[in-house]
Design a protein around this ligand. Structure first.
Ligand code: N2P
Length: 387
């Protein structure tokens, strides 16, 4: 197969043909799809047939990457991460060698302000009209005018659980509430069967604040302290703080409760089902509410192959390709034309596409400021190390 899926720092070695701080595309006004007078194609040097992609783990159907290479001759170097913070550190350092990256919209927002991304060339994104206008509007809150990004998938942060194990321990366990993990009275009961929490500070902070009836996007020191106290109080009962290992751990019974991402928990459900051991995994959006997040394709200003990056993103915007990805990973696509092609079992799964009454409880995750991020990181270290 033509696709290399890598983790780690391998791609730092990729020779980058930089485009001078991204000024090139910043200066070029994005053209409407189909416009004929905008692309300076004749001036652009031919790119080597490679695209370096850095995406979340468990977020794409590998067959789609193979199809892209088969059709275009462009080899995909595909690296994965499971943390916005890890991606952001690399992006702010620059020269990542990546052509396409996939931050969540709340992170993308401040990365745009830091000059990390180039504006997308709409004349190359001929599949733009497939995009869901509601999602475009929601992400425009983070990327005004949708100039720098295209949605890959969106979802929620909620609670996955092993039904039989949880019910055996407490038939009245509040599986529809953040209390299950944030109230020590409940969490303590599940210490031995195992609780895992995402290693995603801003999202867990939002969840704790929601549970406490506070503004989930609060950046007050007082609210942060309140959240830290909650996290510290349940820390002894949490076995794992990780953002990808929980999928298998939940599927194979190593843990019984996971604060996780919608599609990931549903992948755990499917893996458990395939294993045929009778393990039933469920996903709930807590009744107090949660964040709705959006993961966005974007092209770094210094991407070595911006043309291939646009070709890759445009390919991912084909309805049948977006539907294939959605079917494989159980996340909702921001591609309206794809939804009708998504398997009925996925399309009708309330964990993937929440019904109106659940959607009403979802709120956006807003970008945090620099100083608050520093404070949050300190809180997070104290929580993860248990000190
Ligand atoms: C994919 C998880 C991506 C969701 N495994 C987090 N934004």
């Amino acid at each position: 197969m033509n696709i290399s899926i890598r983790t780690g720092l391998a791609s730092l070695a990729i020779a980058a043909t930089l485009v001078g701080c991204g000024k090139k595309s910043e200066d070029a006004a994005p053209a409407a799809a189909g416009a004929t007078d905008a692309a300076p194609a004749a001036a652009a040097p031919a790119e080597e047939k490679v695209v370096n992609v850095y995406n979340w783990s468990d977020y794409v159907d590998p067959a789609v990457l193979e199809q892209f290479t088969a059709e275009t001759g462009i080899k995909v170097n595909y690296d994965v991460f499971d943390s916005n913070e890890v991606l952001e550190t690399k992006l702010l350092a620059g020269k990542t060698g990546y052509d396409v990256v996939v931050p969540s919209a709340s992170f993308l927002e401040r990365q745009i302000k830091a000059g990390v991304f180039q504006k997308l060339d709409r004349s190359k994104l001929t599949n733009w009209s497939n995009l869901d206008t509601e999602i475009l509007e929601r992400v425009a809150l983070h990327d005004p005018g949708n100039e720098h990004s295209v949605n890959h998938m969106w979802g929620t942060t909620g609670i996955g659980f092993n039904e039989a194990k949880v019910m055996a321990i407490d038939p009245n366990a509040p599986v529809d509430s953040w209390s299950l993990v944030f109230d020590p009275k409940h969490a303590a009961k599940f210490k031995d069967c195992g609780i895992s929490v995402l290693d995603a500070p801003s999202e867990i902070l939002a969840a704790v604040l929601t549970w406490k009836g506070k503004d989930p996007n609060s950046q007050s020191a007082e609210d942060l302290k309140l959240a830290e106290d909650v996290l510290v109080s349940v820390r002894p009962y949490i076995r794992m703080i990780h953002s990808s290992n929980y999928i298998d751990a939940l599927a194979n019974g190593e843990i019984c409760i996971a604060v996780g991402w919608s599609g990931d928990v549903l992948q755990a459900r499917d893996r458990a089902e395939e294993a045929g051991q009778g393990v039933v995994i469920r996903y709930n959006v807590p009744k107090e509410g949660t964040i709705m997040w959006f993961d966005m394709y974007a092209v770094p200003a210094d991407a070595p192959h911006p043309g291939n990056a646009h070709e890759f993103i445009n390919f991912m915007m084909r309805p049948e390709v977006a539907a294939k990805n959605s079917n494989f990973v159980n996340f909702a696509t921001g591609n309206a034309a794809a939804v009708a092609l998504v398997d009925e079992s996925v399309r009708n799964d309330p964990g993937v596409y929440p019904p109106a009454e659940i959607k009403a409880k979802l709120f956006p995750d807003l970008a945090e400021g620099e100083e608050f991020t520093r404070q949050l990181n300190r809180t997070w270290t104290r929580f993860t190390t248990g000190q």
